[in-house]
Design a protein around this ligand. Sequence first.
Ligand SMILES: Cc1ncc(C[n+]2csc(CCOP(=O)(O)OP(=O)(O)O)c2C)c(N)n1
Ligand SMILES: [Mg+2]
Length: 283
Amino acid sequence: MLTDQQRRSRGPQELAEIARDLRIAMLKMLHKAGSGHTGSSLSCIDIITALYFSEMRHYPFDAEWTGRDRFVLSKGHAAPALYVALQRAGYISEQTLDQLRQLESVLQGHPDSRRCPGVEASTGSLGQGLSVAHGMALALRDHPEQPRVYALLGDGELQEGQIWEAAMSAAHYHSANLCAIVDHNGLQIDGVVAEIMSVEPVDEKFRAFGWHALTIDGHDFAQILQALEAAQNCTDRPTAIVAKTIKGKGVSFCENSVAWHGKAPNAAELSAALAELTGSRGE
Ligand SMILES: Cc1ncc(C[n+]2csc(CCOP(=O)(O)OP(=O)(O)O)c2C)c(N)n1
Ligand SMILES: [Mg+2]
């Protein structure tokens, strides 16, 4: 088990290696399950890696410690990305990954906080996670450990009105311990966000609601870590990090493809994806 300092000292290279391992584990898990959201999960796995393996204070051996930082996967359909991170962090066993989407499994198609250790909120109905996260942030604002709360949102999800109610309320209460990260991949379930219902300009919208907002490359670990630090250093307002991402990132035939939003790789696709990700390592 790492100390806080060891966890925080992980650099971009080490995080990139963890993320690659997580992509591999996730694709195998999705293939075995035969269904699940491949593109949506590949899109945000770098952000989740930076949170769980560098940024957040959390201790799987003491998962209920009240001073822990919290993560809410508002875009709950990307559950596979969260599950492989929880497994690597030590909340669930490797064998559990074989049970994705099975009846009664702890790994439901969308995260269930009553079943799965480490899951802070049950999500999947888009639009609700920022409100849940803000509720947590309000409840924790006077905690001596100053826990922080992170919510990961989809860009299509921003079309939900409740997101903006939460944004308004978090600014009103100066909830600086709240950080929203938007997985800005430009696609939703059935097409291009800008064509279906544009949400632009996302950063300006959050600023207009009273937030500190910044835009980064959501696959560049140095930028992700810097943005998370900037969020911590902002002490009077919540922060929104608009992370420009590629849906399906890391597997060429999944990248920027609406078709890969919610399907799992078959055997041939899995082996092609693993060949790309393992490259010269020859796994
Ligand atoms: C309230 C609600 N409406 C519809 C859905 C079905 N749905 C699942 S994913 C998705 C698209 C989400 O797009 P985006 O937020 O951009 O996430 P991405 O997968 O691109 O990261 C939709 C409409 C849902 N889960 N919840
Ligand atoms: Mg999207």
